[in-house]
Design a protein around this ligand. Structure first.
Ligand code: 13P
Ligand code: SF4
Length: 307
C-alpha cells in the first residue's frame, strides 16, 4: 500500500473510532501537521484545558505532552483524559520536583508561589497560583504580596521581573531546551535578511532575545498578532510546529523561523498510529489523586482571579 493510501485509511479509521467512542481530539499548536489537520480543537496549553470543560464529550484524547493532559484532567476531573504516548513529557516541567518546591517554600515563607503551567500536577498542587506565558506579568503584578517564588522557567521569570520591577522574585533555574537553542546572533541575522519582518518570540527564549524583539507572546498570542498585524513577514521564535498553523491561517503572509527550525522531540512523538492505538486501547489514561486535583485546581482558578 502506498504511504498516501495508508495515511488516508488510517485517518478514516481514526474518525470512525472517534465517532463510536464519542471522543474529542485536542492538539497543541506544536503537533505534527497530520495531527493538527484532524484535531477537533487546536490551541495553546491553557486554552485547550479551558475548552475541554465546555465540550460535551467526556472522552478526551490529548495530543501534546503530559503536563498539558494533566491540566485538562485537573479542570475536567469527571472526564476521561488520554495521552497517546505515555513518555511524552516536558523536560522543563521535570526541572522542578515537589520536594524542591517544598524546600524553596521553607526558605521563603513570606512569598507566594507563582507556577507556570509547564509543571506537574503535584507541583501545581503546592502552588498559590498558576500562570501561563500569556498572563504571567499580570498575575505577578496583581497578587497581594511583594515577594514571589517563580517556577520553573528562568527566562519567563526574568521577563516578568523586568516588567514588574516593584516585586521581588526568587526565580528557579529551569529552561526549555528547545527555545534555549535560538541565539541573539540568529535573531540579528534574520533581521538583516528580512528587515521589514516583525519578530515574535515565546518568553521561554533567552533573555537577550526577549530584549530585542517586537513582541514576546504565547503561541496563541503569536497567532493573534500575525492575523492582526499589517506586516507581511514574520520571524518566529518558537517550536517549528506553530509555523504550520501560522502559514495555514495566513496564506498571504510569510513566516520564517528564528534561525534553524527547532523541534520539541516529545511534541513529535504522537503520530496517527499512536492516536489510533490510543483510541482503540483506551491508553494511556491520565490518573491523578483527588487531593492533588483539588489543590491544583485552586491554583489554576486563582490565576483567572488575578489576571
Ligand atoms: P503555550 O502555552 O504558549 O502553548 O506554550 C507551551 C509550551 O510548551 C511552550 O514551549
Ligand atoms: Fe516543554 Fe519546551 Fe517542549 Fe514546550 S517546547 S513542551 S517547554 S520542552
Amino acid at each position: 500500500m502506498k504511504v498516501k493510501d495508508y495515511k488516508q485509511e488510517l485517518v478514516a479509521r481514526i474518525m470512525t473510532l472517534k465517532e463510536r467512542k464519542k471522543a474529542a481530539i485536542l492538539a497543541h499548536n506544536y503537533q505534527i501537521p497530520g495531527i493538527q489537520d484532524i484535531a477537533d480543537v487546536l490551541g495553546d496549553s491553557l486554552g485547550l484545558a479551558k475548552i475541554s470543560k465546555t465540550l460535551s464529550s467526556s472522552h478526551i484524547v490529548f495530543c501534546g505532552v503530559k503536563f498539558m493532559a494533566e491540566t485538562v484532567k485537573i479542570l475536567s476531573p469527571h472526564k476521561r483524559v488520554f495521552l497517546p504516548v505515555v513518555d511524552a513529557g516536558c523536560p522543563l516541567a521535570d526541572m522542578i520536583q515537589a520536594e524542591e518546591l517544598i524546600e524553596l517554600k521553607r526558605n521563603h515563607p513570606e512569598a507566594w508561589v507563582v507556577t507556570y503551567v509547564n509543571t506537574s500536577a503535584e507541583v501545581k498542587s503546592l502552588s498559590d497560583v498558576c500562570c501561563t506565558s500569556a498572563n504571567a506579568i499580570n498575575v505577578v503584578k496583581n497578587i497581594p504580596v511583594k515577594k514571589v517564588i517563580f517556577i520553573p522557567d528562568k527566562n519567563l521569570g526574568w521577563w516578568v521581573a523586568k516588567n514588574v520591577p516593584h516585586k521581588e522574585l526568587v526565580i528557579w533555574n529551569g529552561f526549555c531546551y528547545v527555545h534555549e537553542q535560538f541565539t541573539l546572533n540568529d535573531l540579528r541575522q534574520a533581521k538583516k535578511v528580512y528587515p521589514d519582518a516583525e519578530a515574535l518570540v515565546h518568553p521561554e527564549c533567552r533573555r537577550e532575545i526577549l530584549e530585542e524583539v517586537d513582541y514576546v507572546l504565547s503561541t496563541s498570542g503569536m497567532l493573534k498578532r500575525a492575523k492582526a498585524s499589517s506586516a507581511q513577514r514574520f520571524i518566529i521564535g518558537t517550536e517549528e510546529g506553530l509555523l504550520y498553523r501560522l502559514k495555514n491561517e495566513n496564506p498571504q503572509k510569510e513566516f520564517y523561523s528564528l534561525g534553524n527550525a527547532r523541534m520539541c522531540i516529545n511534541m513529535k512523538k504522537t503520530g496517527l498510529d499512536e492516536l489510533y492505538s490510543c483510541l482503540e486501547k483506551e491508553a494511556y489514561e491520565v490518573e491523578l489523586q483527588e487531593q492533588i486535583i483539588e489543590k491544583a485546581r485552586v491554583a489554576l482558578e486563582r490565576m483567572v482571579e488575578y489576571v
